[in-house]
Design a protein around this ligand. Structure first.
Ligand code: TMP
Ligand code: ASP
Length: 259
């Protein structure tokens, strides 16, 4: 598919025009940033992994009725997606306290939250994506109340689905960030952007080893190995790629004693 002109460039992705009406091409870069762009690096293969993982998650969400922008993956780094007007709010859903929640409110690291907590951040790099309240959102018309209620509901449904999906492959979904957009003439709200180890915190269920962008944020080791582990467990790393495969030990046969 022929790419049109660049429409927007963010920190980890580029949006290009596509030959198809109302559709655009989302390109995943290898660039990684943290702490509002203060820490930067290019990590070979990150974009390829995020493209695959996000495709897998969004197509599964589509199958359970969560409408989203994904049409199809078109190559190793790109997806054809619906063109949306992005709502300028990042929706953060938390199951376990870590990251900015612990710093901001002094909640103990690792506290399991009684209910999923939804936080809203204004998408504005110059201001450092500040936390905002429902009242800010409504007062400044970033969304209307119906849109806000609908998105809150979707955040909870997405959390339920993703928690189950990751639990099944031995991963704790600690927290994640979602973005939504308005699509088509009737401004239908749909999930957009990406869901990947760049935008989620994913811990190995048993060891709590970090498998997400915290590896980069906190210099915990090889980010690609973490992302590959996520892809591998979700059983989506089959295609030949230029990412160096890592060897996994074969699981040992478990003998079950007869009573
Ligand atoms: P935080 O603890 O730094 O606020 O991050 C909460 C979650 O949101 C975590 O899974 C990382 C994700 N996130 C993004 O995807 N983009 C961002 O710009 C930020 C600040 C967080
Ligand atoms: N993506 C944000 C940044 O580039 C923050 C983060 O993910 O930690 O700074």
């Amino acid at each position: 598919m022929k790419k049109g002109k660049k429409l927007y460039e963010g920190k980890a992705k580029i949006i290009y025009a596509s030959p198809e009406k109302n559709l655009v091409i989302q390109h995943f870069k290898d660039d990684a940033t943290a702490f509002n762009n203060q820490k930067k690096a290019t990590i070979d293969g990150k974009g390829i992994l995020n493209n695959r993982i996000s495709e897998y998650i969004l197509s599964n969400l589509n199958e359970v009725g969560i409408k989203n922008h994904l049409i199809k993956r078109i190559n190793m780094r790109e997806q054809l997606v619906k063109s949306v007007e992005i709502i300028p709010i990042e929706f953060v859903v938390r199951n376990i306290a870590t990251g900015s929640l612990t710093k901001r409110l002094g909640i103990e690291e690792g506290t399991i939250l009684d209910y999923p907590l939804i936080e809203y951040c204004l998408k504005n790099d110059d201001l450092g994506d500040p936390l905002v309240s429902r009242e800010h959102i409504l007062s400044f018309n970033w969304m209307n109340i119906m849109e806000l209620e609908l998105i809150n509901d979707q955040c909870k449904r997405i959390n339920d689905f993703l928690q189950g999906m990751f639990r099944g492959v031995g991963i704790k979904l600690v927290d994640f960030k979602l973005e939504f957009g308005r699509s088509g003439q009737d401004n239908e709200i749909i999930l957009a952007d990406e869901i990947s180890p760049d935008t989620c915190r994913l811990w190995d269920s048993r060891t709590e080893k970090k498998l997400d962008k915290d590896i980069f944020r906190k210099d915990l080791g090889n980010l690609i190995e973490g992302y590959q582990e996520v892809a591998k467990r979700l059983d989506i790393l089959h295609e030949q790629s230029n990412i160096r495969p890592i060897k996994f030990p074969k699981p040992k046969a478990v003998k079950i004693k007869k009573k």
